[in-house]
Ligand binder design. Structure first.
Ligand SMILES: Nc1nc2c(ncn2[C@@H]2O[C@H](COP(=O)(O)OP(=O)(O)OP(=O)(O)O)[C@@H](O)[C@H]2O)c(=O)[nH]1
Ligand SMILES: [Mg+2]
Length: 449
């Protein structure tokens, strides 16, 4: 039998209330042992009860206790939530008391993990719980809510059903070869069904790129040689003096980060050290980091100085960012022109001092990622890297099956790939899972969730 777990479910800090959550077979009995008010052992499910928590003779807090009886609870087990006054000291005292009375401190995510293991939710819903907590924009919240409602699960289950029905037909054929007519019908049946499935997979995978963007934001590196105005650009975009700006080349030595919301998506901006050859050890490490940021970034904003001629470094940066999604910014337009613009195909001529120019840059980012179309988009699709990876694996297995169908391989060979495709889908919703994946997944949750 499972033990009974306890955690403080609200953020630890001074607040009006904080919630201590308990889940497990002994939840009601243990709380009832330290609670004075009505007899909790007899309390109806889904009730809130006023009373006091006592440690022996000492009254710890005046509380409201919610009682949720198994199985229709968050975890599927008996759950009790104690609403304490929000002081850190008193909340910790209640927690300590419950541990002394037999509760075990919960691991991060353990409540949600129990909900999953007890079949209350599937893995996609569990992941959505985390996504809701971490959502930073309305769009990413919408996406997470769809997962939470079980829309992703439903989509995956529909796919699974269709594949399973093919598998069953094939296995009937293999197990009962005396029905010879059946085999012919089956191979004819397999081709269009598989074709149709592959098309639907493709649609979802195409949309998943945008959904990853919604969830994780766009990691954007501002790159260029020293003094071109990278930090000025970061500050202008963030509308705050985040990075130090001076006329001295080599001012920024480490990466400076900031977040902004652009068309409902988070832009994770990093300002970097200007790239140049340097003897200075600290600066050299900074330059190395800048180059690493180019590799990591989804989007590179490559900055040049309108008022100075092109250098070797500029050319090198143009070359190494060629394969990236990038915007070329020619800054300091307000100064006298010394830069030959002929070598650039596409660029934004601007000044960081000019707000309209900054808006132009923002619009360009919106265009690249089609952010203005986001608001009327359909959010029922997969937005999580683990789920996308599994869907891709399933899609590959399905394509293998399709290939075998075209080449008229025996149906038991086709069946192997169909079973693989079906299995990967199962992993998305957690129907087939290894303990280590589940442990790793829930370890990323916050305590008390
Ligand atoms: N005239 C003019 N000066 C600018 C513009 N943008 C930035 N500057 C100036 O250029 C100088 C360098 O700006 P920074 O933002 O520190 O440049 P940086 O690219 O971050 O430089 P490092 O950190 O050394 O790599 C500062 O004196 C800024 O005020 C602009 O659009 N026009
Ligand atoms: Mg700088």
């Amino acid at each position: 039998m499972e033990d009974t777990i306890v955690a403080i479910s609200t953020a630890l800090g001074k607040s009006a209330i904080s919630i201590v959550r308990i889940s497990g077979p002994e939840a009601i009995a243990i709380v009832s042992d330290v609670y004075k008010g009505i007899n909790l052992n007899k309390a109806n499910t889904n009730t809130i009860n006023y009373g006091h928590i006592y440690d022996g003779e000492e009254m710890l807090d005046e509380v409201l206790v919610s009682v949720f009886r198994s199985p229709k609870t968050y975890t599927g087990e008996d759950v009790v939530e104690i609403n304490c006054h929000g002081g850190i000291f008193v909340t910790n005292k209640v927690l300590e008391l419950l541990i002394r009375k037999g509760c075990r401190p919960a691991e991060p995510g353990e409540f949600t993990k129990r909900a999953f293991l007890n079949g209350r939710i599937d893995l996609t819903q569990a992941e959505s719980v985390m996504d809701v907590i971490e959502a930073k924009t309305t769009n990413s919240l919408k996406l997470a809510s769809f997962g939470l409602k079980g829309d992703v699960r439903k989509m995956v289950e529909d796919f699974r059903k269709e594949i399973l029905s093919m598998i069953l037909k094939i296995e009937v054929n293999i197990d009962y070869p005396e029905y010879e007519d059946e085999e012919l019908i089956t191979s004819e049946y397999l081709k269009p069904v598989t074709e149709n499935l592959i098309k639907r997979y493709e649609k979802i995978l195409a949309k998943s790129e945008t959904s990853t963007l919604l969830r994780e934001g766009i990691s954007t590196a501002i790159i260029g040689r020293p003094n071109v105005g990278k930090s000025s650009l970061l500050n202008a975009l963030l509308q705050e003096d985040k990075a130090i700006v001076t006329e001295i080349a080599g001012t920024t030595r480490d990466v400076v980060e900031g977040k902004m919301n652009i068309g409902g998506v988070v832009l994770n901006l990093v300002d970097t050290a200007g790239v140049r050859q340097t003897e200075d050890v600290v600066e050299r490490i900074g330059v190395e980091k800048s180059k690493q940021m180019i590799v990591k970034a989804d989007l590179v904003i490559l900055v040049f100085d309108y008022s100075s001629p092109l250098t070797e470094i500029d050319l090198e940066l143009l070359q190494i960012t060629k394969i990236k999604t990038r915007i070329i910014v020619i800054n300091k337009q307000d100064l006298e022109k010394k830069l030959d613009l002929n070598i650039f195909e596409d660029y934004l001529l601007m000044s960081t001092f000019n707000e309209e120019d900054i808006d132009k840059l923002k619009n360009q980012i919106k265009e690249i990622y089609h952010l203005s179309e986001l608001s009327d988009m359909d959010y029922t699709y997969i937005g999580n890297a683990r789920q996308i990876a599994k869907l891709k694996q399933s899609s590959e297995a399905l394509s293998d099956a399709y290939q075998s169908i075209l080449e008229k391989y025996p149906i038991d060979i086709i069946n192997i790939d169909l079973r693989r495709a079906w299995g990967f889908l199962g992993e998305i919703i957690g129907e087939v899972h290894s303990d280590s994946i589940v442990d790793e997944l829930f370890a990323n949750f916050c305590l008390g969730k």
